[in-house]
Design a protein around this ligand. Structure first.
Ligand SMILES: [Zn+2]
Length: 83
């Protein structure tokens, strides 16, 4: 809705990480998992608009392993690489 204000989703609200693992995508929405605490979120993203949190799906679950952290990508990179 025009004029609707929201806080763009930039970092995990649990641990402050800005690295996420991209998950399944449907239409404009995508599931992303925090690379640090493994909390999962459903967000809407497009190449043009700020990322909007739709739903907090689960987590945080645990302290992630180093391998998760290394696989994490910042949200702007995920957004830029959208098809
Ligand atoms: Zn987190």
């Amino acid at each position: 809705m025009m004029g609707d204000t929201f806080t763009p989703f930039r970092e995990c609200p649990h641990c402050g990480s800005t690295l996420f693992l991209p998950g399944p995508r449907g239409g404009a929405s995508m599931n992303v998992t925090c690379a640090e605490c493994l909390a999962r979120f459903n967000v809407v993203m497009s190449k043009q608009a700020p990322i909007k949190l739709i739903e907090h799906l689960s987590g945080p679950r645990q302290v992630a392993m180093g391998s998760n952290r290394q696989a994490g990508v910042d949200l702007d990179t995920i957004r830029r690489n959208l098809p």
